[in-house]
Design a protein around this ligand. Structure first.
Ligand SMILES: Nc1ncnc2c1ncn2[C@@H]1O[C@H](COP(=O)(O)OP(=O)(O)O)[C@@H](O)[C@H]1O
Ligand SMILES: [Mg+2]
Length: 240
């Protein structure tokens, strides 16, 4: 479903991604781990071309999306992204926030877009909150709205960049629970998260980055329980 081949990224003179390969099958959940500055966000953003790789290719269902002729708006609609910040429009209702991309990017009629948005909000457990404004919701609920906004676009995959790290601790689980359900339903996901309990339940493969390179990868339980690389062992000790 998603294939990254030899991704490099330079910001000016600094070489932050140094040849990353990854293959994520349909329905698979891959998790990226690594210390701050290791390149997790940059790599994730290269997968839907929010960031342009300096070198290397990304293929989605066999199509090279890093080709200059590719319509990047289409790519970003097909590969959803959920960030640490929810980025909801405060003057719009929850339903309007979720319907927006369907109307303006997918060009769906407003009524159909609102129906699809309502379905997506139901999937994240927010059917009773559709007419509220974002500031009337908790952080965890707002992040679930952001997930619904991605889901409503019927994406081929969703990328999550530390979706729970800005949340108060009591709200982390409701968001992880929604993500776990999506994973069980077969959504292809790439997740930057250090929530070990969640990763154990939901992630099929773990990719450990260090200084812009993959130092270790494998099935989640294997990497967590028998890390082969000293850098991985150090990192796991530090976050536990
Ligand atoms: N837009 C940018 N301009 C310059 N440097 C950047 C930019 N984005 C990220 N970096 C640098 O790239 C490196 C990797 O960053 P990032 O991908 O955000 O790491 P992580 O998500 O693992 O913390 C860091 O050194 C960071 O400072
Ligand atoms: Mg990051």
């Amino acid at each position: 479903m998603i294939e990254a081949r030899g991704i490099h990224k330079y910001f000016g003179g600094s070489h932050v991604l140094r040849g990353i390969d990854a293959t994520i099958a349909r329905g698979e959940v891959a998790a990226l781990m690594g210390s701050s500055g290791s390149g997790k966000s940059t790599f994730l953003r290269c997968l839907n071309r929010i960031e342009e790789p300096s070198q290397g290719d990304v293929l989605i269902e066999g199509t090279v999306i890093t080709d200059l002729r590719t319509d990047v708006n289409r790519v970003r609609a097909d590969i959803g992204m959920v960030f640490q910040e929810y980025n909801l429009f405060p003057h719009m209702t929850v339903l309007e926030n979720v319907a927006l991309g369907l109307i303006y990017v997918r060009r769906r009629p407003r009524s159909e877009a609102q129906e699809t948005a309502a379905d997506a909000l139901k999937r994240v457990g927010l059917a009773d909150h559709v007419t509220k404004h974002p500031q009337q919701l908790s952080g965890g609920q707002q992040q679930r709205v952001a997930i619904a906004r991605s889901l409503a676009m019927r994406p081929k995959a969703i990328l999550f960049d530390e979706p729970t790290s800005a949340l108060d601790p009591e709200m982390v689980n409701e968001v992880l629970e929604v993500m776990r359900t999506l994973a069980e339903e077969g959504m292809t996901m790439v997740v930057v998260s250090h929530e070990i309990g969640f990763l154990r339940k939901a992630a099929d493969q773990l990719i450990m980055l260090d200084a812009g390179q993959v130092v270790e990868r494998g099935p989640t339980a294997r990497v967590l329980d028998e890390p082969e690389h000293e850098r991985t062992r150090e990192f796991l000790r530090a976050i536990r």
